[in-house]
Write a protein that binds this ligand. Structure first.
Ligand code: OAD
Ligand code: ZN
Length: 238
Protein backbone atom coordinates (compact mmCIF):
# COMPACT_ATOMS: atom_id res chain seq x y z
CA UNK A 1 0.00 0.00 0.00
CA UNK A 2 0.95 3.65 -0.18
CA UNK A 3 1.24 3.67 3.62
CA UNK A 4 3.72 0.76 3.57
CA UNK A 5 5.66 2.41 0.78
CA UNK A 6 5.87 5.64 2.82
CA UNK A 7 6.92 3.75 5.95
CA UNK A 8 9.64 2.00 3.98
CA UNK A 9 11.03 5.31 2.70
CA UNK A 10 11.03 6.69 6.23
CA UNK A 11 12.84 3.65 7.62
CA UNK A 12 15.46 3.83 4.87
CA UNK A 13 16.11 7.54 5.26
CA UNK A 14 19.09 8.69 7.32
CA UNK A 15 17.62 12.11 7.91
CA UNK A 16 13.99 13.10 7.47
CA UNK A 17 12.40 16.52 7.85
CA UNK A 18 8.70 17.33 7.81
CA UNK A 19 7.09 20.42 6.23
CA UNK A 20 3.60 21.30 7.40
CA UNK A 21 0.95 23.78 6.29
CA UNK A 22 -2.51 24.86 7.34
CA UNK A 23 -3.99 21.48 6.33
CA UNK A 24 -2.48 19.77 9.37
CA UNK A 25 -4.50 22.06 11.65
CA UNK A 26 -7.93 21.88 10.00
CA UNK A 27 -8.69 18.84 12.17
CA UNK A 28 -8.05 21.14 15.15
CA UNK A 29 -10.81 23.43 13.90
CA UNK A 30 -8.64 26.08 12.25
CA UNK A 31 -9.73 26.80 8.67
CA UNK A 32 -6.97 26.61 6.08
CA UNK A 33 -6.44 29.21 3.37
CA UNK A 34 -7.15 27.51 0.06
CA UNK A 35 -9.56 24.59 0.59
CA UNK A 36 -12.54 25.10 -1.70
CA UNK A 37 -15.60 26.20 0.25
CA UNK A 38 -13.94 26.47 3.68
CA UNK A 39 -10.57 28.17 3.04
CA UNK A 40 -10.11 31.67 4.43
CA UNK A 41 -9.07 33.02 1.05
CA UNK A 42 -12.43 32.11 -0.47
CA UNK A 43 -13.74 35.46 0.76
CA UNK A 44 -10.61 37.40 1.63
CA UNK A 45 -7.48 38.35 -0.27
CA UNK A 46 -4.30 37.32 1.57
CA UNK A 47 -2.24 39.89 -0.27
CA UNK A 48 -4.48 42.48 1.37
CA UNK A 49 -5.63 41.22 4.74
CA UNK A 50 -2.30 39.91 6.01
CA UNK A 51 0.03 42.31 4.23
CA UNK A 52 2.56 44.90 5.32
CA UNK A 53 0.91 47.32 2.92
CA UNK A 54 -2.33 47.30 4.89
CA UNK A 55 -0.50 47.20 8.23
CA UNK A 56 1.56 50.30 7.34
CA UNK A 57 -1.10 52.29 5.45
CA UNK A 58 -4.25 51.45 7.37
CA UNK A 59 -3.33 49.80 10.66
CA UNK A 60 -6.94 50.09 11.95
CA UNK A 61 -8.07 48.00 8.98
CA UNK A 62 -5.29 45.45 9.64
CA UNK A 63 -6.41 45.06 13.24
CA UNK A 64 -10.09 44.77 12.33
CA UNK A 65 -9.64 41.93 9.82
CA UNK A 66 -6.19 40.33 9.67
CA UNK A 67 -5.42 40.44 13.36
CA UNK A 68 -8.73 38.71 14.19
CA UNK A 69 -7.75 35.76 12.02
CA UNK A 70 -4.45 35.43 13.88
CA UNK A 71 -6.01 35.85 17.28
CA UNK A 72 -8.69 33.24 16.62
CA UNK A 73 -6.08 30.47 16.24
CA UNK A 74 -4.77 30.76 19.73
CA UNK A 75 -7.27 28.58 21.56
CA UNK A 76 -6.97 25.54 19.29
CA UNK A 77 -5.58 22.23 20.51
CA UNK A 78 -3.29 19.83 18.64
CA UNK A 79 -4.81 16.83 16.84
CA UNK A 80 -3.54 13.28 16.32
CA UNK A 81 -1.32 14.36 13.42
CA UNK A 82 0.59 16.85 15.59
CA UNK A 83 0.97 14.23 18.35
CA UNK A 84 2.25 11.56 15.98
CA UNK A 85 4.92 13.95 14.64
CA UNK A 86 5.99 14.77 18.18
CA UNK A 87 6.33 11.02 18.94
CA UNK A 88 8.28 10.47 15.73
CA UNK A 89 10.74 13.16 16.78
CA UNK A 90 11.15 11.65 20.26
CA UNK A 91 11.82 8.25 18.67
CA UNK A 92 14.44 9.76 16.35
CA UNK A 93 12.42 8.96 13.22
CA UNK A 94 12.24 12.57 12.06
CA UNK A 95 14.74 15.36 12.78
CA UNK A 96 12.27 18.22 13.02
CA UNK A 97 9.27 20.06 11.66
CA UNK A 98 9.32 23.10 9.39
CA UNK A 99 5.96 24.78 9.61
CA UNK A 100 4.23 27.56 7.73
CA UNK A 101 1.67 27.60 10.53
CA UNK A 102 1.58 30.22 13.24
CA UNK A 103 -0.79 28.36 15.54
CA UNK A 104 1.82 26.91 17.92
CA UNK A 105 0.20 23.46 17.73
CA UNK A 106 3.38 21.50 17.02
CA UNK A 107 4.94 22.85 20.20
CA UNK A 108 1.73 22.26 22.15
CA UNK A 109 1.88 18.63 21.01
CA UNK A 110 5.47 18.34 22.29
CA UNK A 111 7.59 18.82 19.17
CA UNK A 112 10.93 20.42 20.07
CA UNK A 113 12.79 21.10 16.84
CA UNK A 114 10.25 23.37 15.13
CA UNK A 115 11.18 25.92 12.45
CA UNK A 116 8.45 28.56 12.26
CA UNK A 117 9.14 30.00 8.84
CA UNK A 118 6.06 32.26 8.85
CA UNK A 119 6.57 33.55 12.39
CA UNK A 120 4.28 32.90 15.33
CA UNK A 121 1.40 34.22 17.40
CA UNK A 122 3.33 34.42 20.67
CA UNK A 123 5.14 37.70 20.05
CA UNK A 124 4.78 41.16 18.62
CA UNK A 125 6.98 44.21 18.24
CA UNK A 126 6.92 47.97 17.80
CA UNK A 127 7.17 49.24 14.21
CA UNK A 128 9.02 52.34 15.42
CA UNK A 129 11.46 51.29 18.17
CA UNK A 130 11.49 47.52 17.72
CA UNK A 131 10.58 46.77 21.33
CA UNK A 132 9.34 43.20 21.79
CA UNK A 133 5.96 42.58 23.39
CA UNK A 134 3.90 39.46 23.97
CA UNK A 135 0.96 38.71 21.71
CA UNK A 136 -1.28 38.99 24.81
CA UNK A 137 -0.35 42.67 25.08
CA UNK A 138 -1.63 43.24 21.56
CA UNK A 139 -4.86 41.42 22.39
CA UNK A 140 -5.35 43.31 25.65
CA UNK A 141 -4.94 46.65 23.92
CA UNK A 142 -7.28 45.65 21.08
CA UNK A 143 -9.86 44.47 23.62
CA UNK A 144 -9.60 47.89 25.27
CA UNK A 145 -10.41 49.37 21.85
CA UNK A 146 -6.90 50.72 21.37
CA UNK A 147 -6.88 50.16 17.61
CA UNK A 148 -4.21 50.07 16.43
CA UNK A 149 -2.42 49.11 19.66
CA UNK A 150 0.58 51.36 20.36
CA UNK A 151 3.93 51.02 22.07
CA UNK A 152 4.11 52.14 25.73
CA UNK A 153 7.62 53.52 25.16
CA UNK A 154 7.38 55.43 21.88
CA UNK A 155 3.71 55.30 20.81
CA UNK A 156 4.64 53.55 17.53
CA UNK A 157 2.19 51.04 16.09
CA UNK A 158 2.63 47.50 17.42
CA UNK A 159 2.57 44.51 15.08
CA UNK A 160 2.28 40.74 15.53
CA UNK A 161 5.47 38.89 14.62
CA UNK A 162 3.95 36.74 11.93
CA UNK A 163 5.30 36.94 8.41
CA UNK A 164 2.96 39.14 6.37
CA UNK A 165 2.92 39.45 2.60
CA UNK A 166 5.66 42.00 1.97
CA UNK A 167 7.83 40.92 4.91
CA UNK A 168 11.24 39.34 4.44
CA UNK A 169 11.61 35.72 5.53
CA UNK A 170 12.88 35.22 9.10
CA UNK A 171 16.21 33.61 10.03
CA UNK A 172 14.30 30.37 10.81
CA UNK A 173 13.88 29.94 7.05
CA UNK A 174 17.66 29.91 6.48
CA UNK A 175 17.98 27.28 9.18
CA UNK A 176 15.14 25.25 7.68
CA UNK A 177 16.79 25.42 4.28
CA UNK A 178 20.02 23.98 5.73
CA UNK A 179 18.09 21.17 7.42
CA UNK A 180 16.33 20.22 4.21
CA UNK A 181 19.54 20.31 2.16
CA UNK A 182 21.12 17.80 4.54
CA UNK A 183 18.07 15.48 4.53
CA UNK A 184 17.32 12.55 2.24
CA UNK A 185 13.58 12.71 2.75
CA UNK A 186 11.01 15.48 3.15
CA UNK A 187 7.45 14.68 4.20
CA UNK A 188 5.02 17.45 3.24
CA UNK A 189 1.76 17.44 5.22
CA UNK A 190 -1.25 19.66 4.59
CA UNK A 191 0.19 22.33 2.33
CA UNK A 192 -0.96 23.44 -1.10
CA UNK A 193 2.71 24.22 -1.86
CA UNK A 194 1.67 27.40 -3.64
CA UNK A 195 3.50 29.96 -1.50
CA UNK A 196 7.16 30.76 -2.09
CA UNK A 197 9.85 30.57 -0.95
CA UNK A 198 8.66 27.66 1.20
CA UNK A 199 7.53 25.74 -1.86
CA UNK A 200 11.15 25.62 -3.12
CA UNK A 201 11.97 23.15 -0.33
CA UNK A 202 10.50 20.04 -2.02
CA UNK A 203 12.98 20.62 -4.86
CA UNK A 204 15.94 20.31 -2.54
CA UNK A 205 15.70 16.71 -1.40
CA UNK A 206 16.16 13.33 -3.02
CA UNK A 207 12.99 11.74 -1.67
CA UNK A 208 9.59 13.28 -1.17
CA UNK A 209 6.35 12.11 0.44
CA UNK A 210 3.27 14.32 0.08
CA UNK A 211 0.28 13.87 2.37
CA UNK A 212 -2.42 16.30 1.30
CA UNK A 213 -6.17 16.16 0.85
CA UNK A 214 -5.96 17.70 -2.61
CA UNK A 215 -3.50 17.88 -5.50
CA UNK A 216 -0.33 19.95 -5.28
CA UNK A 217 2.01 21.23 -8.01
CA UNK A 218 4.76 18.93 -6.65
CA UNK A 219 2.84 15.65 -6.76
CA UNK A 220 4.62 14.65 -9.96
CA UNK A 221 8.00 14.79 -8.17
CA UNK A 222 6.97 12.79 -5.12
CA UNK A 223 7.92 9.17 -4.45
CA UNK A 224 4.59 8.74 -2.67
CA UNK A 225 1.47 10.92 -2.74
CA UNK A 226 -1.20 10.16 -0.14
CA UNK A 227 -4.42 12.07 -0.69
CA UNK A 228 -5.96 11.58 2.75
CA UNK A 229 -6.46 13.50 5.95
CA UNK A 230 -3.23 14.09 7.84
CA UNK A 231 -4.21 12.24 11.04
CA UNK A 232 -5.56 9.22 9.16
CA UNK A 233 -2.51 9.00 6.89
CA UNK A 234 0.05 9.42 9.68
CA UNK A 235 -1.84 6.96 11.88
CA UNK A 236 -1.48 4.35 9.15
CA UNK A 237 2.13 5.10 8.35
CA UNK A 238 3.53 5.20 11.89
P1 OAD B 1 -3.31 26.15 2.11
O1 OAD B 1 -4.66 26.48 2.64
O2 OAD B 1 -2.85 26.84 0.88
O3 OAD B 1 -3.24 24.60 1.82
C1 OAD B 1 -3.69 23.67 2.75
C2 OAD B 1 -3.80 22.31 2.06
O4 OAD B 1 -4.14 21.34 3.05
C3 OAD B 1 -4.87 22.27 0.99
O5 OAD B 1 -4.28 21.81 -0.22
C4 OAD B 1 -5.90 21.27 1.54
O6 OAD B 1 -6.42 20.42 0.53
C5 OAD B 1 -5.10 20.46 2.53
N1 OAD B 1 -5.84 19.95 3.69
C6 OAD B 1 -6.85 20.53 4.37
N2 OAD B 1 -7.22 19.78 5.42
C7 OAD B 1 -6.41 18.67 5.41
C8 OAD B 1 -6.27 17.52 6.25
N3 OAD B 1 -7.04 17.31 7.32
N4 OAD B 1 -5.32 16.62 5.93
C9 OAD B 1 -4.54 16.79 4.83
N5 OAD B 1 -4.61 17.85 4.01
C10 OAD B 1 -5.53 18.78 4.30
O7 OAD B 1 -2.29 26.34 3.32
P2 OAD B 1 -0.68 26.50 3.28
O8 OAD B 1 -0.10 25.67 2.19
O9 OAD B 1 -0.20 26.29 4.64
O10 OAD B 1 0.98 32.50 4.57
O11 OAD B 1 -0.57 28.02 2.89
C11 OAD B 1 0.69 28.62 2.84
C12 OAD B 1 0.64 30.05 3.29
O12 OAD B 1 -0.39 30.76 2.59
C13 OAD B 1 0.26 30.26 4.74
O13 OAD B 1 1.33 30.04 5.61
C14 OAD B 1 -0.19 31.68 4.74
C15 OAD B 1 -1.04 31.65 3.51
O14 OAD B 1 -1.27 32.87 2.88
C16 OAD B 1 1.07 33.68 5.19
O15 OAD B 1 0.15 34.17 5.82
C17 OAD B 1 2.40 34.36 5.01
ZN1 ZN C 1 8.12 51.61 20.42
Amino acid sequence: SLFEEAARLIRQSKKTMVLTGAGISTESGIPDFRSPGTGLWENLDPMEVLSTRVLYNSPEEFYKVGFKILSSMRNAEPNEAHYILSEMEKDGIISGVITQNIDNLHQKAGSKNVFEVHGNTREGSCLRCGKKVSFEILEEKVNKKQIPPCCDDCNGVLRPDVVLFGDPMPYAFDLALKEVKSSDLLIVIGSSLTVSPVNFLPDMVRHLIIINATETPYDYKADVVIREKASYALGNIW
